[in-house]
Design a protein. Sequence first.
Length: 216
Amino acid sequence: MNDSRTSTPVDFWFDPVCPWTWLTSRWMLEVEKVRPVTTTWHVMSLAVLNEGRLDTLPERIRVLMGEAWAPVRVMTAASQVHGPDVLEPLYTALGTRFHLQQQPRTRTTIEAALRDVGLPVDLADAGDTEAYDEALRASHQKGIALVGEEVGSPVIAVPGPGGGTDAGQVAFFGPVVSPAPKGEQAGRLWDATLVVASTPGFYEIKRSRTVGPLFD
């Protein structure tokens, strides 16, 4: 981890059930190794983002949105009770089980991830309640307000030259990349992403995906 006194602060909003976000998060951890950045992790929710348009989504996505509530509620509870520093290791534990090991998005898997990082298993109770939804929605809204409702997870924000949308921040969705670049390749993508995102009036660059999420 880079020294926060000399590093660029990066805010990263994520939903742990999204495989594409997982790849972007692994890229971000690689960037930390080769560029002077320090990442602060925040929870956002695809279930919250899509709750008003479920009828327009394919069945498999509606099922996923139902399964997406418990992980973000538990992560929010963990952050509220044990501090925000638990988010990255818990996300890594959950993501490893969800995406690499293809374990189901169930309470059993969540409990196993909590044990992986030494957190109380009873935090999984939060997944079945709305007790932490106010904090979850506030975190989600803070991230999504930077980029708008037409995107999803992840959202990344960095300090900008006054061209950002929140106290000089520049924020963007993505990047969507598969597999996650490593080493200097990760650093070069970071450099290029910042140039693009910081360009006034720039909104979108995209091409059709030809591969699914590649976890390696």
